[in-house]
Every structure is written in structure tokens, then in C-alpha cells.
Design a protein. Structure first.
Ligand code: HEM
Length: 180
């Protein structure tokens, strides 16, 4: 009989921590961008777009890793409602990691702005130019980012609850164990 894994596979753990840092940076950059009108706005936007596209690309890779490698099971004694909340919030995070960058890309396309990832790398538009759609996508991008922030905070709270209060191995399943 094969034993259930106690840890996420290495690729899943590396992607988890890399993307956590990128997403937290993105949320700060996004808020910093709309709060500044100086040339810092342009500078932040130049970071925001390629970093957002990198998150989109990594989210696709991460989804493939997740579908290929089953995660370690949650503890048997965890109440069913908490298991359901964990599952729902994890899939919501995957959805937001994919949808928010796509909405950002569609928003710029609808506004008729070129989506430049660098001086020379220009992405094709994914939405027809339309001022009303631009305004709606602009709002959607901001509200989805707020939903991402709230889901991330709930996720962080749950991780600390497992790691510091229940001490049930859920947090360490996403960490590195130095002891053999
Ligand atoms: C996970 C990925 C992303 C996150 C978490 C994110 C987050 C944010 C946040 C928090 C804001 C500020 C919203 C507000 O308060 O109005 C923002 C604005 C914006 N984002 Fe993103 N974003 C992401 C990806 C992208 C991508 C891929 C693009 C384009 C290719 C993009 C383009 C923009 C633009 C143009 C703005 C408005 C800037 C302004 O008003 O000056 N975003 N984003």
C-alpha cells in the first residue's frame, strides 16, 4: 500500500512561495500606482504589466502541477466545514491568479492602449476597443484585486492557525523540512 504524501511536491512548494512574493508585491505596486501621479506612476506601471503577465504564466504552470500531483490530505479530524473552506479558497486563489492578469490585459486592449512588456515586446490586444468596456474592466480589475487581498488574508490566517494553534502538519506540508 502506498502512503499518502505529507508534503506538496517540490515544484508546488517553489511556485507557492515565489508567487506569494510576486502577488504581495503586485498588490502594493497596484495601489502605489493609482495613488501616485508623478513619473513614479509610469515607472510602477512598467513593472506592473510584465510582473502580472509572469504571474499569469506561472499560474498556468502551477495549475498543471496541481492537477498532476494530488496535495497531501488534510487531517482526518479537521471539521468538514473547514475542509470545504480550504478547498473553496484554494480554487478561488487559482481562479483569481488567472483572471486578474487577463482582465488587466483586456482592460488595456479595450482602452486602445498598447500592452508593452518591454521597449520592444508588444502583446496583441485580446479585446476590441470600447470605452464602456474599458471602464467596466478597470472597475473589475480593482474589485478582483480587493477580493484577492481578502482571500490571501484569510489564507494567511488559516496557515497560522494550523501552524501555531493546531500544529497538525498542514503548514509544514508547504515548507522545507531540514531534518531527515
Ligand atoms: C495578479 C496580477 C495582478 C494584480 C494582483 C493586479 C493588481 C492591481 C491593483 C491592486 C491595481 C490598483 C486598482 C485600483 O485601486 O484602482 C491595478 C491597476 C492596474 N493594473 Fe493590475 N494587477 C495584476 C495584473 C495586471 C496585468 C497583467 C496588467 C496589464 C497587462 C495590469 C494592468 C493594470 C493597469 C493598467 C492598472 C491601472 C493603473 C492606473 O490606473 O494608473 N494589471 N492592478
Amino acid at each position: 500500500m502506498t502512503r499518502s504524501p505529507t508534503q506538496f511536491v517540490l515544484a508546488a512548494r517553489v511556485l507557492h512561495w515565489l508567487m506569494a512574493a510576486m502577488i504581495v508585491a503586485m498588490l502594493f505596486i497596484g495601489v502605489g500606482m493609482v495613488a501616485s501621479v508623478s513619473e513614479r506612476h509610469e515607472w510602477l506601471l512598467r513593472i506592473h504589466k510584465p510582473l502580472g503577465m509572469a504571474i499569469l504564466l506561472l499560474a498556468v504552470v502551477r495549475l498543471a502541477v496541481r492537477l498532476r500531483h494530488a496535495p497531501p490530505p488534510l487531517p482526518d479530524d479537521l471539521p468538514a466545514i473547514q475542509k470545504l473552506a480550504a478547498l473553496a479558497s484554494h480554487w478561488l486563489l487559482y481562479a483569481l491568479m488567472l483572471i486578474i492578469p487577463l482582465v488587466g490585459w483586456a482592460m488595456l486592449s479595450a482602452g486602445g492602449y498598447p500592452v508593452m512588456l518591454s521597449e520592444s515586446l508588444r502583446l496583441p490586444p485580446i479585446f476590441p476597443t470600447n470605452a464602456i468596456a474599458f471602464a467596466m474592466l478597470r472597475h473589475a480589475h480593482a474589485w478582483l484585486a480587493i477580493l484577492l487581498l481578502l482571500t490571501f488574508l484569510a489564507h494567511l490566517g488559516a496557515a497560522l492557525y494550523h501552524g501555531l494553534i493546531r500544529r497538525d502538519g498542514v503548514l509544514s506540508s508547504m515548507l522545507w523540512s531540514w531534518r531527515k
